[in-house]
Design a protein around this ligand. Structure first.
Ligand SMILES: CC/C=C\C/C=C\CCC/C=C/CC(=O)SCCNC(=O)CCNC(=O)[C@H](O)C(C)(C)COP(=O)(O)OP(=O)(O)OC[C@H]1O[C@@H](n2cnc3c(N)ncnc32)[C@H](O)[C@@H]1OP(=O)(O)O
Length: 292
């Protein structure tokens, strides 16, 4: 169902599924390539590595979200895969979060389509039957952080330039309740109150101390650590682990599922306000200015 919706979304946004290519890597492994998401089976049996490849900053465009959901769905349906490592192909950036241009200067129909895609991506990641380990090899604000928080385990590169957190208030935005729930479930209520209101972005040592990530390791060991953690998780039989995960996460996901249409309407109303549009434009302009 989500796959069909995703395909329709891709068609609407002009992305041709026929451009997906399959090739053999050096180790003979099959390697699926989309435009923006690369899926590589790994040396660890049953484990794939998804690399975000939406340069320059892996922002979560509609096309990216659609490809990502389709990739995860394919892996879930392929019984040879039990676990996935999520990482980035863009140096120094895991994901810059939601694509600000998708939320700026567009019409309500576009905002509705975009927000549904963000919701569907989160539900797919948060409730995945697969073991998901985030190998966070770069900065990951807002929506990028949400993806990592929705995985089962997080390994972050020990680079003081990398920051992680939900910084929505710094953009003049209110964090959606399900982003907030995901953070609260990870770092607790009090730490979330402070982090969310101040829009804090944490360097690795602080992210580890807060429990926002599970491990901080040297940058060149992020993926190998994620793969060895995966081995530990895969030692548990899938059905008991999946039932346990579902038991823990279901209430949080159901909260959004129950209010999905209202959440879309709230998003449209909020993002369409002149004041919010101005804030986003100023924020984008500031990103440009900092280069000069
Ligand atoms: C009542 C309320 C009800 C409902 C609430 C509803 C909705 C509100 C909530 C919406 C939720 C939003 C969550 C989000 O994810 S918002 C996005 C947050 N992301 C950020 O703040 C990151 C911004 N980017 C950066 O800080 C830096 O770019 C970064 C550190 C990632 C990388 O820095 P670097 O110096 O390497 O690159 P830049 O030169 O800055 O960027 C390169 C180009 O990429 C563009 N860019 C960057 N980030 C984004 C983005 N998120 N979306 C789109 N484009 C982005 C940047 O402008 C540069 O473009 P050019 O100048 O080259 O054209």
């Amino acid at each position: 169902m989500a796959l069909a919706a995703g395909r329709a979304m891709l068609m609407r946004s002009g992305v041709r599924l026929g451009t997906q290519a399959a090739a053999r890597g050096g180790n003979g492994a099959r390697r699926f390539m989309n435009h923006r998401v690369v899926v590589e089976p790994n040396t660890v049996p049953g484990v794939a590595v998804i690399k975000f490849k939406n340069p320059p900053v892996n922002s979560l465009t509609l096309e990216f979200l659609t490809e990502f959901v389709i990739c995860l769905e394919k892996l879930e349906n392929d019984k040879t895969f039990r676990g996935v490592v999520l990482t980035s192909d863009c140096p120094g950036i895991f994901s810059a979060g939601l694509d600000l241009r998708e939320m700026c200067g567009k019409n309500p129909a576009h905002y509705a389509e975009y927000w549904r895609a963000v919701q569907e991506m989160w539900l797919k990641v948060y409730l995945s039957n697969l073991v998901l380990v985030a190998a966070i090899n770069g900065t990951s604000p807002a929506g990028g952080c949400l993806i990592a928080l929705s995985c089962d385990y997080r390994v972050l590169a020990d680079n003081p330039r990398y920051r992680m957190g939900l910084n929505e208030t710094l953009l003049g935005l209110v964090v959606p309740f399900w982003f907030k729930d995901t953070l609260v479930n990870t770092i607790g209520h009090r730490a979330s109150e402070r982090a969310l209101q101040l829009g804090l972005l944490f360097p690795p040592a602080e992210a580890l101390q807060l429990g926002m990530v599970d491990q901080v390791v040297p940058e060149d060991q992020v993926q190998s650590t994620a793969l060895s953690v995966m081995t530990q998780w895969l030692a548990i039989p899938d059905h008991v682990r999946q039932l346990t995960k579902n038991m823990i996460r279901k209430a949080t996901a159901d909260h959004l599922i129950k209010h999905q249409e209202a959440d879309i309407q709230n998003f449209i109303n909020f993002i369409s306000r002149d004041s919010i549009q101005k804030s986003l434009q100023v924020y984008l302009e500031n990103l440009k200015q900092k280069k000069h």
